[in-house]
Design a protein around this ligand. Sequence first.
Ligand code: PGA
Length: 252
Amino acid sequence: MTHTVKPLVAGNWKMNGVRSSLAEFANITSGVSSALASKVDTMICPPATLTYLFAVGAVGTSIAVGAQDCHTADKGAHTGDLSAGMLADAGATAIIVGHSERRADHGETDAVVNSKAKAAWASNTIAVICVGETEAERKAGKAVEIVAGQLAESVPDGADAQNTVIAYEPVWAIGTGLTPTPADVAEIHTAIRSKLVDRFGDAGNKMRILYGGSVKPSNAAELMAVENVNGALVGGASLKAEDFLGILKAYA
Ligand code: PGA
């Protein structure tokens, strides 16, 4: 099952990067050989100010450009917001929705995340839907329950392997250098897989489930080898080509 799913390693640059960062992006695109690209899909999600610049820079390469968030609506009076259609127009082919930083900083609920995922689909972009428990929830033994609840509410009906990627990102592992053990990752990813199959049938077997949270070159091979882990969502280590390419070596 798992081995038939082509993995995806996506970099989430968060609120980092200016136009001169195109040089580092170029180091990433030029570092992904066609042999590597045949084994793993790669994507960088820069801040929206760089979407178009990077999309132009990615032409002729195997790297996709994604976005980090979108509004639920297609257009209208929403000062400062960006629609999925605008991001797609700028060259994004995927949009991260429901990242824990959005859930925490902007009070995004599962219902909002669900609407954003549908907005991404409506603009023909892939929704990368993030779920993950907090440290307190894990300590209380509720990790599987929390993740299953977020999955049920945040993933819209109609999800399939073409329009949706799931990212499991334990909140306590993001930017901390801490990671769950491979056994803990396996437990959650297997639970996610079984929920997806229960709800979406065989499409649930084909959907990519990424692990995110302190992925770096030194732990990527171990984490990516875990059953039902179909790639990674990488924050800090995606900002430097050397680190990002080091993570991709897990698939070389
Ligand atoms: P990190 O972030 O790799 O810096 O822990 C991951 C993420 O938030 O997607």
